[in-house]
Design a protein around this ligand. Structure first.
Ligand code: GTP
Ligand code: MG
Length: 556
């Protein structure tokens, strides 16, 4: 169960700062096409990281006077912004203007002494506020205003979509409702920063960076938090300082491969999170996966976290997706809607398996947008030709070079509407020759499939790999069938669209309704069989799926 976050807005002067900041960062991070220059991925990461380092997380009593709370904290220095949220209790995220304020607050906190249990004295930035006299606070509690921070329910979404004015409006509404909020983004960076404090006890100067959908502009409220423990900076820092004869001694502690080094590092960090990590629960070390990771829940933020190391290419993929998501405002609207459509029809799942992943779906949308005439998105090879010396990047022998400055990429002249793009997407992939062609965003055109996996999407950087190798034929067929059906529904609606006053689901809303889709599908293909026959078939399929027939692979 994911806790739902309820956020409380902050009145007064601080609120104005937050609003201003929200406004400007929305332009930057969500790809809205104002005239403000768009920030580079590295700039956003740097700014957010610094902001997180000046921030503390406080568990508060349920009844609290916001005014007194802020007044008390201001003794340690000026506060830039703050917000409250609920996640099995009330929490506050408070960003100071200066890092010193955090130390000052830490200096006046104490480790609780308990009679039956022993507390581990790890000095973190996660505090627990205990009131000496809780009843005196109650009267002022009402000054905290709440704003909801969880994604809308299916019912609410359906209503919002039904009342929209156009399909373009529907796709933009869905994006607005599901995209990460400013507060959620801050909480994600703060969580990484708190984990970094812990990892730094072992690896001084290490960095824990968020990657994946938390930062690639395609994050949906409630998505997991992928983190990358970056140890490369440590080497860089020391080469700057020493030019001489001293090398860190490692001969007695070296290991036979990078993979084993990664496993050992994650193993100790996993132990550390498990034993000492404030609020880290359910720590699982998944070290034999293709990409070893430590999975845990950060209870206070409510995030499900996946921590990896030695995963620099994934960070590059996140940057590339950020560029694609920020270049044109139609990209994110389309990706969010396709992801939501896929989820509604169980094409994707939170459990790893033989289904399509969100990452693969995003690649398919990007590829489709590269194939429009004129293209809406440039190919990766084109982004590479725009790169200058500073952009050059080779990771483990793979060329990951592409331009980082979005402002130097010419906007597309394509003016297609979201409505038309959604229809065309379903048409395109409903008729794609998956049996012989591979999807390749580097070249922006189909390639012959180099191997026989049902779905082949070339990994943009490790080009010999297929990012959708886990997908089996039946899942691909389900995707194709649903794409065809969706294209068909939209073409029917063109002729006979329900009026908005009829409150009937239409456009995107009708595509998200599993029942409508499956009944249309069955009726259209005239393959509906009597119930007795369906039950007989079901029993036969259960009999034939004995373990030796099970060819499912585990995707992750
Ligand atoms: P959601 O978590 O589903 O919202 O999307 P996500 O993009 O964060 O996906 P996920 O958490 O599964 O993976 C995190 C990141 O790891 C992705 O954004 C990719 O950069 C990378 N990644 C995931 N799956 C693959 C894969 O099969 N191959 C490669 N090369 N990278 C992957
Ligand atoms: Mg993720």
């Amino acid at each position: 169960l994911r806790p739902t976050h309820r956020l409380f807005s902050c009145p007064g002067t601080v609120a104005a700062d937050v609003k201003r900041e929200e406004q400007s960062s929305r332009n930057v991070e969500t790809g809205s096409e104002g005239r403000t220059p768009k920030k580079k991925f590295s700039e956003v990461q740097k700014e957010r990281r610094e902001q997180a380092q000046r921030t503390v997380l406080i568990r508060c009593p349920n009844k609290i006077s916001e005014k007194k709370f802020l007044k008390y904290l201001s003794q340690h220095g000026p506060i830039n912004s703050h917000f409250f949220y609920e996640s099995f209790g009330l929490y506050a995220v408070v960003e100071f203007s200066q890092k010193e304020s955090v130390t000052s607050l830490q200096n006046v906190t104490r480790t609780p002494s308990m009679e039956t249990e022993a507390a581990i004295p790890f000095k973190s930035r996660f505090f627990n506020l205990k009131m000496k006299n809780p009843s005196s606070q109650t009267s002022e509690q009402s000054c905290i205003q709440s704003s909801n921070h969880s994604p809308p329910s299916n019912k609410k979404l359906s209503e919002l979509l039904c009342y929209a004015e156009s399909m373009d409006d529907q796709l933009n509404t869905l994006l607005k409702e599901f995209q990460l909020t400013e507060e959620d983004i801050k909480l994600r960076y703060l969580t990484c920063s708190l984990i970094e404090d812990l990892a730094a006890a072992y690896f001084q100067d290490c960095t824990v960076r968020p990657f994946g959908s938390s930062v690639n502009s395609f994050g949906k409220l409630g998505c997991d938090l992928d983190m990358f423990l970056d140890l490369d900076e440590i080497g860089k820092l020391s080469t700057n300082k020493t030019s001489g004869n001293f090398l860190m001694e490692f001969q007695v502690k070296n290991v036979p491969s990078e993979r084993i080094a990664t496993q050992k590092i994650l193993s100790v960090i996993g132990e550390c999170l498990d034993h000492f990590g404030p609020g880290c629960v359910g720590v699982q070390k998944i070290l034999n996966a293709r990409c070893p990771l430590v999975r845990f829940s950060h209870q206070a933020s409510g995030f499900q976290c996946d921590l990896t190391t030695n995963n620099r290419i994934a960070l590059k993929s996140s940057e590339l997706l950020y560029i694609y998501g920020t270049l044109d405002s139609r990209v994110r609207a389309l990706v969010f809607s396709i992801r939501c459509w896929a989820r509604a029809h169980s094409l994707t799942s939170s459990i790893p398996g033989s289904w399509i992943t969100n990452f693969s779906l995003t690649m398919m949308v990007i590829f489709f947008l590269q194939r429009r005439s004129p293209p809406i998105l440039p190919t990766l090879d084109y982004l590479k030709t725009l790169a200058d010396a500073e952009d050059k990047c080779i990771i483990e022998g793979h060329n990951c070079t592409f331009i980082h400055d979005l402002n130097r990429i010419k906007p597309s002249g394509n003016t297609e509407t979201l409505e038309s793009l959604l229809k065309e997407f379903f048409e395109y992939f409903g008729n794609f020759a998956f049996n012989k062609n591979s999807i390749n965003i580097r070249q922006g055109r189909e390639q012959n499939k180099p191997e026989s996996s049902p779905l082949h999407i070339q990994n943009p950087f490790e080009t010999s790999l297929n990012i959708s190798k886990n997908v089996n034929q039946s899942q691909l067929q389900k995707f194709v069938d649903l794409a065809q059906e969706s294209a068909w529904i939209l073409s029917q609606e063109d002729k006979d669209r329900p009026s908005p006053s009829s409150h009937q689901p239409w456009g995107l809303a009708s595509l998200l309704q599993p029942s409508v889709l499956s009944s249309v599908s069955l009726a259209k293909k005239k393959r509906k069989k009597p119930a007795s026959e369906r039950i007989k078939n079901l029993l036969e399929s259960i009999k034939s799926s004995s373990p030796e027939n099970d060819t499912h692979t585990n995707g992750k």
